[in-house]
Design a binder for this molecule. Structure first.
Ligand code: TRP
Length: 335
């Protein structure tokens, strides 16, 4: 991470919950590469957040390394950015405790994700699920991040992080930077292939609804061929043609062609030809990334070097901030 202070710092955490979808990729991840020149980027695979729901330990370790390698394959460059594993950097847990003492029970009770998740896991309403947003605030504030790319589902958590920062600043004197949501300029929203009024999601019960970025070519083509479309036959972007609009969005995102060009390309050709072309284009677009991923995940020693290096930089950076916080709240200086 370059030390130029004029560049704003972006922080984002990614949960290790399995292979990303084409929606995650087009809507978010693939846009992170180009950000690295404009901002100081700090990315973390947030394994500590993941354990707020029950995890199989073998699977969690695999998923964490997989997410790490996938992010690298998708363009995060360790010469420019940090990409570290959250549990390796102890300042996050430490700051989380301090912030939890500056967060109200009522504030956490109002978090919609907590309400949803505790309903969905009534047998495991653990305290971590409740304090999850505090750990997220710690992730962000431990780096005094300026910007946090968030989807709608995380907006409330970011607002809470801002409230916590503001309260801390009032109590102890201005210290934390107020993190702002980062709304990406590019990045289309990709919908389910089976119900194009819903967002594409890997938790969809129908596996054909969602393309995973490690799917092989045949699988991708098959899923595209089965995509739900309307009864019209003209490839045209229009209201009421959600399925075709979605496939056009996908095709446009992976080929760079605009909608007019796509309409002309498939003029008079019908949906089957178009669906086949979308599948081919997606598979071709993902192939280089998949090859890079395969190399990375097969080289655990190299991966280890990568995260060890980023972990150390993240620790050095966040320790300076957390030490100042310790001092501000009145802990005796350790050294
Ligand atoms: N809660 C985020 C999610 O589920 C992940 C996350 C953890 C995060 N810490 C963060 C995102 C800090 C942004 C900044 O997607």
């Amino acid at each position: 991470m370059a030390e130029q202070t004029e560049k704003k710092l972006i922080f984002s955490g990614i949960q290790p919950t399995g292979v990303f979808t084409l929606g995650n990729y087009i809507g978010a991840i693939r846009n992170w590469g180009p950000l690295q020149d404009e901002y100081r980027c700090v990315y973390s695979v947030v394994d500590m957040h993941a354990i707020t729901v029950r995890q199989d330990s073998v699977k969690l370790r695999q998923n964490t390394l997989q997410a790490y390698a996938l992010l690298m394959a998708c363009g995060i460059d360790l010469e420019k950015s940090l990409l570290f594993i959250q549990s390796h950097v102890h300042t996050h847990a430490e700051l989380s405790w301090i912030l939890s003492c500056n967060t109200q029970f009522g504030e956490l009770s109002r978090m919609t994700q907590f309400k949803d998740k505790s309903q969905r896991h009534p047998d495991d309403m653990n305290a971590g699920l409740f304090t999850y947003p505090v750990l997220m605030a710690a992730d962000i504030l431990a780096y005094n991040a300026d910007l946090v790319p968030v989807g709608v589902d995380q907006k409330q958590h970011l607002e809470l992080a801002r409230d916590i920062a503001q309260r801390f600043n009032q109590r102890y004197g201005d210290f934390f930077t107020m993190p702002e949501p980062y709304i990406p300029l590019v990045g289309a929203k990709v919908m389910s292939l089976q119900d194009p009024t819903k967002k594409m999601s890997k938790s969809d019960t129908n596996p054909n609804a969602c393309i995973l970025i490690l799917d092989d070519k045949d699988t991708i083509i098959r899923k595209c061929k089965r995509a739900v479309t309307d009864s019209d036959t003209v490839v045209r972007y229009a209201e009421g043609k959600d399925g075709i609009n979605n496939l056009m969005t996908i095709y446009s995102s992976v080929t760079g062609k605009d909608f007019d060009a796509i309409e002309r390309e498939f003029d008079g050709q019908g949906y089957d030809t178009f669906k086949m072309a979308v599948g081919e284009a997606v598979a071709d677009h993902l192939r280089p990334m998949q090859e890079t991923y395969a190399k990375l995940i097969g080289d655990k020693k190299y991966l280890n070097e990568c995260y060890t290096q980023s972990d150390a930089k993240a620790l050095a950076y966040s320790s300076k901030i957390v030490q100042k916080v310790y001092h501000k709240i009145g802990f005796v200086d350790a050294r």
